[in-house]
Design a protein around this ligand. Structure first.
Ligand SMILES: NC(=O)c1ccc[n+]([C@@H]2O[C@H](COP(=O)([O-])OP(=O)(O)OC[C@H]3O[C@@H](n4cnc5c(N)ncnc54)[C@H](O)[C@@H]3O)[C@@H](O)[C@H]2O)c1
Ligand SMILES: [Zn+2]
Length: 370
């Protein structure tokens, strides 16, 4: 069988550099990308109960052979599995399977599995190599780039973690076909985000290709996922450990999104949906501050809506509570909320001196807009 066409994105981090391969039907040909890495004799595949039954055997097959063993460990689907408890259960199972420092980890799943399996890899025997096979759009364009791994503590998301870069990422867009449509669309919010913060012409392409994106047309989706990975890789390459502040641009829309998620107990919206709402709020705040015009806000809202994402804030939200939640966000400093706000399409900046009244006015406008 001839291997399918794939696009490569390099994440350049010195000795920790790695490749992301993006294409359709890549999982079948996994062995081709694994071989040059000279990985160890035991592969520990970590997945969840939605993904493992669909794609597990294919991946195990590609990993086995030439004397290598592969085992599959699964966790229940969903955010609660990204916990110290499940991390410990994985450690215990790895021990039982005879994993030592020569093993490697393969994460097969969405961002939850990626963050958890990455954490297992970062901590096992003080760190073993790992490979990511992201199966949600969010994981393909966001969580599989940049090496952030971790677990949640009760009430403190991503509180325990590490930077641990994978050796390889293979993003097979074919697997997105089994993803619930709502999850897929939520991932598109992060895609739009990259256009707004870094690349005006990419944003324009998304406008032109909205229907192709919604239909998962490989001709559209492969270059789209690749461009997102390239943009995030560029940011991460310059600020791997979030020290210079550049990596903060990726938080566009997220200060609002985190408050919205927290105010609704993480039940009402998927993360990407909250990001979509949050980007609309951020645009309106930038408008309030005179940084962008009405057309900017409308154009962003139009694309998000076209992609089936929510934009207008519902009327039943307690806006004062949202402002208080933002003041207590872990990224706020001394109660001053810092926002990543657009200056124009493709460019954002960090703004620290925003008053609570201005934030509140932006939220009020977001209940009417567009
Ligand atoms: N490390 C990072 O840089 C980073 C960045 C962004 C988000 N994250 C993390 O990612 C997590 C969210 O990730 P997510 O949105 O991928 O959620 P997820 O991993 O929970 O996946 C969403 C749902 O889709 C199912 N699923 C996954 N792939 C499927 C497929 N191909 N077919 C059918 N069902 C499938 C899963 O079982 C789950 O029920 C959060 O914990 C977040 O903190 C990490
Ligand atoms: Zn996000």
């Amino acid at each position: 069988m001839t291997p399918p066409q794939a696009q490569e994105v390099r994440v350049l981090l010195g000795a920790r550099s790695y490749s992301i391969w993006i294409g359709s039907g890549l999982l079948e040909h996994l062995a081709q990308w694994l071989e040059p890495l000279q990985l160890g004799p035991l592969a520990v595949v970590i997945s969840d109960e939605n993904v493992a039954p669909r794609y597990g055997s294919q991946v195990l097959e590609a990993l086995c052979g030439s004397g290598r063993k592969a085992v599959m460990l699964t966790v229940p689907p969903g955010e609660p599995s990204k916990s110290p408890l499940w991390l410990q259960r994985l450690w215990e199972q790895m021990l039982r399977h005879g994993a030592d420092r020569t093993c490697f980890v393969v994460a097969l799943g969405g961002g939850v599995v990626g963050d958890l399996a990455g954490m297992a890899a970062a901590t096992w025997a003080r760190g073993v190599p790992w490979v990511q096979l992201p199966t949600t759009l969010l994981a393909q364009v966001d969580s599989s780039v940049g090496g952030k791994v971790g677990v949640n503590l009760p009430g403190a998301k991503n509180m325990v973690g590490a930077f641990w870069q994978p050796k390889l990422v293979v993003a097979d867009i074919q697997v997105l076909r089994s993803l619930p449509q709502r999850e897929y669309r939520a991932g598109l919010a992060e895609v739009v985000k990259y256009g707004v913060i870094l690349d005006e012409s990419f944003f324009a392409q998304l406008e032109q290709n909205a229907s192709g994106l919604l239909q998962l047309d490989p001709q559209v989706l492969i270059p789209t996922v690749a461009r997102c990975c390239e943009l995030k890789a560029w940011v991460v390459g310059q600020d791997e450990r979030e020290s210079s502040g550049l990596r903060a641009v990726l938080n566009y829309g997220h200060t609002f999104a985190h408050a919205l998620e927290s105010a609704t107990g993480y039940q009402r919206w998927l993360h990407g949906e909250a990001v979509s709402l949050g980007m609309n709020c951020a645009a309106l705040l930038a408008r309030e501050l005179g940084q962008v015009d009405q057309e900017f806000c409308l154009r962003q809202a139009r694309l998000l809506k076209q992609l089936g994402l929510p934009v207008q804030l519902p009327q039943d939200l307690d806006l004062e509570q949202l402002v208080q939640l933002m003041r207590h966000d872990k990224k706020a400093q001394a109660g001053r909320i810092r926002f990543v706000l657009p200056k124009r399409l493709g460019q954002v900046e960090l703004v620290a001196d925003v008053s609570q009244e201005q934030v509140l006015r932006a939220l009020q406008r977001a209940q009417q807009f567009p």
